[in-house]
Design a binder for this molecule. Structure first.
Ligand SMILES: [Zn+2]
Length: 332
């Protein structure tokens, strides 16, 4: 029984053992890249801890009230905390959580707090959380997720059971997605697009809007690459005149463009790595054939840097223009 989570067998087995009262710890840290399935694993653990009709030790039924409410992230004894978009995780959010953690559970054995992306916590928020980790109430389980243990205070990591999740291999992703009932072609497309991050693959599958946004971002790029510098700047001006905030508009393009340039580099260098944008293989080949690997790398790095800056205080318009002027004029 896999809790319906593929590719994370070791983590699931460990947490299933931890649902036994003697084995349970009061704090867990689940690390891994965005979309790898950290939240899904935490919610599955919460279900196994609170299920009213577990079919076996460490299992959950998925049908009782706690199971359904946890799945909907609407369970009275489950508090989920995360930073607001583009902001830090603040000390006030930790203090509010600590007040609710002090109360006994309403309807179950454990009061569970899930804090997402704890690498976004301010130093004062981290220090505040330490107190809860040092002296957790007996009925409390605190689950943190983060991109990597290395980005947290060592004193926090050492007080948690550390569970590292890695992206699944292409083969495991394909098997998992076909196991969810997807056809071979669709499973291959999502396995490549998600780079083995099955949480992301499922979000892409469930939300058509995400795939449409990705296609739109790629279409913009294909429209831009054959344009001259001046025309690209005109495009940027028109694009940013839309209703949404310039920051959001640029943030929608960057991660998708980054995956495209990464694919171009893989294609140009002949590396034996799966392409993310398998369905755009023609465009990837066309661009790669017109560029040298040492021309592509700086563009890829500029996109990576821009992705880190767009949430900060950099002017998004300058960021976009800078990227648009880097790529040479290309033909499809
Ligand atoms: Zn249940």
């Amino acid at each position: 029984m896999h809790w319906n989570l593929y590719g994370h067998d070791a983590a699931v087995t460990l947490l299933q053992q931890h649902t036994l009262p003697d084995a349970m710890r009061h704090a867990y840290l689940i690390t891994g890249p965005q979309g790898v399935g950290r939240r899904s694993l935490a919610l599955a653990f919460a279900k196994a801890l609170n299920c009213q009709n577990p079919p076996g030790p460490g299992q959950f039924c998925g049908e009782c009230l706690p199971c359904r409410q946890i799945e909907a992230q609407a369970f009275a004894d489950l508090t989920i905390i995360e930073a607001e978009p583009g902001k830090d995780l603040k000390i006030d959010q930790i203090r509010n959580m600590q007040q609710s953690l002090a109360l006994k559970p309403y309807q179950s054995r454990y009061r569970i707090v899930l804090i997402l992306d704890f690498q976004k916590a301010t130093p004062s928020a981290s220090n505040a959380l330490l107190k809860s980790l040092e002296e957790p109430p007996a009925h409390a389980v605190i689950i943190l997720t983060a991109d990597a243990a290395e980005s947290l205070l060592e004193t926090i990591v050492s007080r948690c059971e550390l569970i590292r999740l890695r992206p699944a291999s292409l083969e495991t992703s394909l098997e998992a997605l076909q196991g969810l009932g997807l056809g071979v072609e669709e499973a291959a497309r999502l396995a490549h697009l998600s780079g083995g991050r099955l949480g992301l693959a499922r979000r892409l599958q469930e939300d058509d809007g995400l795939l449409a946004e990705r296609m739109e971002a790629l279409d913009h790029l294909f429209e831009l690459l054959p344009l001259k510098r001046r025309e690209r700047l005109q495009w940027s001006e028109a694009y940013l005149r839309q209703k949404a905030s310039p920051r959001d508009l640029v943030a929608a393009l960057l991660p998708v463009w980054l995956t495209f340039w990464r694919d171009v580099l893989i294609q140009a260098s002949g590396a034996d790595l799966p392409l993310v944008n398998l369905d755009q293989a023609k465009e990837i080949r066309a661009v790669a054939s017109q560029m040298q690997a040492d021309e592509i790398l700086p563009i890829l790095q500029a996109h990576e840097a821009a992705l880190g800056q767009v949430e900060a205080y950099v002017n998004p318009r300058l960021l976009l223009e800078n990227l648009l002027l880097q790529a040479p004029l290309l033909r499809f």
